[in-house]
Write a protein that binds this ligand. Structure first.
Ligand SMILES: CSC[C@@H](O)[C@@H](O)C(=O)COP(=O)(O)O
Ligand SMILES: [Zn+2]
Length: 225
C-alpha cells in the first residue's frame, strides 16, 4: 500500500466516538494494516452508556467507513445493543473479553504484516504459546509495569471465534501483569488502551518490535523472570 498515510496529529479534534472510529479505521487501512475488509476497532462508551461499546461493522472495507456505520454492542458480552442493518464485527466477542477483564476503553485489531509473521512463527494451532520480548527500547511504549521484559501471548486461531475470546478472557484474568496486546496465530494482533490514540501508539510499538524480530534482532530470554 503506497498511499500517503494521513497524519492523525494534523487533523482537527473529533468530538464523537463514532467519527473517531471511522477516522482511525481509515488511517489504519491506508497504512496497509487492514487489507481486504480485515481488522476491527471499538471504543467503550463513557458515563451512563458505559455498558455499551461502538464497534466497526463486519465484512466492510475499513478504509471507507463513516460514523453512521458503527454498531452499538454490550461492552462486556458483545451482544448487539441496537438492531440495525449492519452486523457487528465477527470478532466483537474478543473485544468484549478484553473489556470485561481489563480497564481498556479502546481496542484495535489489525492484520499488520510483521505482527502476523511473528504470530505465524510462534503460533501453535492447538495451544497458547508466548513470545518473549526483552531489552527493546520500544517496550517502554507499551505501558508495562516492567518495561524491560514481557511475554506476548499467541492464541490458536480457532474457527469458532468465541473460543478465541474465552481463551483470551481466561488468560487475561490469570495474568494481571499482561501486556496490552495479544497475537492470534496465522491471523493478526489485538491491542488496547485507555483511548484509541493510546491503543494506536501501543500497536505501532508492537508492530515495530515484531519487525525487529523478523529482521533478525534477538530478544534474549535470560532477562525474563
Ligand atoms: C478478510 S477476513 C478477516 C476476518 O475474518 C477477521 O479476521 C477480521 O479481522 C475482520 O472481521 P470483521 O467481521 O470485518 O470485523
Ligand atoms: Zn482479524
Amino acid at each position: 500500500m503506497t498511499t500517503p498515510v494521513q497524519d492523525l496529529r494534523g487533523t482537527p479534534p473529533v468530538t464523537d466516538a463514532a467519527a473517531e472510529l471511522a477516522r482511525y479505521s481509515r488511517v489504519l487501512y491506508e497504512r496497509g494494516w487492514m487489507p481486504g475488509t480485515s481488522g476491527n476497532l471499538s471504543v467503550r462508551q463513557a458515563g451512563g452508556l458505559r455498558d455499551t461499546a461502538l464497534i466497526t461493522p463486519s465484512g466492510r472495507d475499513k478504509g471507507e467507513l463513516t460514523r453512521d456505520d458503527m454498531v452499538t454492542v454490550h461492552a462486556e458480552t458483545g451482544e448487539p445493543r441496537l438492531h440495525g442493518p449492519l452486523r457487528a464485527s465477527a470478532e466483537t466477542c474478543i473485544h468484549a473479553a478484553v473489556y470485561r477483564t481489563t480497564g481498556a476503553e479502546a481496542v484495535i485489531h489489525v492484520h499488520s504484516p510483521y505482527a502476523t509473521v511473528v504470530a505465524c512463527r510462534a503460533g501453535d494451532p492447538a495451544r497458547r504459546t508466548t513470545v518473549p520480548l526483552t531489552r527493546f527500547e520500544l517496550l517502554k511504549g507499551l505501558g508495562l509495569a516492567d518495561p524491560a521484559a514481557t511475554r506476548v501471548p499467541v492464541f490458536p486461531n480457532w474457527s469458532d471465534v468465541p473460543r478465541i475470546a474465552d481463551d483470551v478472557a481466561d488468560w487475561l484474568r490469570a495474568t494481571p501483569d499482561a501486556p496490552p496486546g495479544l497475537l492470534i496465530a496465522d491471523h493478526g494482533i489485538t491491542v488496547w488502551g485507555r483511548d484509541l490514540a493510546r491503543a494506536l501508539a501501543r500497536l505501532e510499538c508492537f508492530e515495530a518490535i515484531c519487525q525487529l524480530l523478523v529482521l533478525g534482532a534477538r530478544s534474549r530470554e535470560d532477562h525474563l523472570p
